[in-house]
Design a protein around this ligand. Sequence first.
Ligand SMILES: [Zn+2]
Length: 226
Amino acid sequence: MSNHHPSADRLSCFAAGSLPMNQALCISVHAEHCPQCRRELQRLELLGAELFSAVAVQRRSDNLKTALMAKLDTLGLEADTGSPATEPKPAAPANVPRSLRKLLPDGLQGVHWKRLSPAIYAAKLCTDVNGAKVELLKIKAGGQVASHNHSGEEITVVLAGSFSDADGVYRRGDIIFRDREHKHHRPIASQDADCICLTSVAAPIQFTGFFARLLNPLIRRSHYSS
Ligand SMILES: [Zn+2]
């Protein structure tokens, strides 16, 4: 059961199909893990259907998942990996959320991680048309991300393992929103397992530690990757 959820406003926008792909993807992955948000989304969809029928407007036949997949197909042409999105393979790995299977056809085992430090690895997934970068981030068990500030919104969904920061502990399925008001953000993975997260970063993060600041010119190429 997730303990960290999107706001009611954000869920409403998701149900209305008005969120950018990078945000919709993160919320879709969270909802796969969260019965509470799935129930709320069903309620919002029913409410939307009633509103539409009240004004005699035919409801869109495509559901949210189909719309999101269509957006991913479009973005696949611009994916950082240079390879177009493909249909999921028949034996899609069970450890990958359905919303990510087009971007991770070979599962987490097939991810080409880029080493950023002995404890941190990243893998680009795609870039939204708004410039937000969607990546996977792996923090080795007990490892920590260097202290950093955000110049834009960062959304994180825990896919495996867990991590903590000054505000709490986050486990599989939890979704966390951070922005420029969160100073010196310093996530630390739990000691018992590697932590793998889906992240969407609207603008490059700014490392604040002395040595980590040396990374800042490098991470402009990728919000996490050097
Ligand atoms: Zn939730």
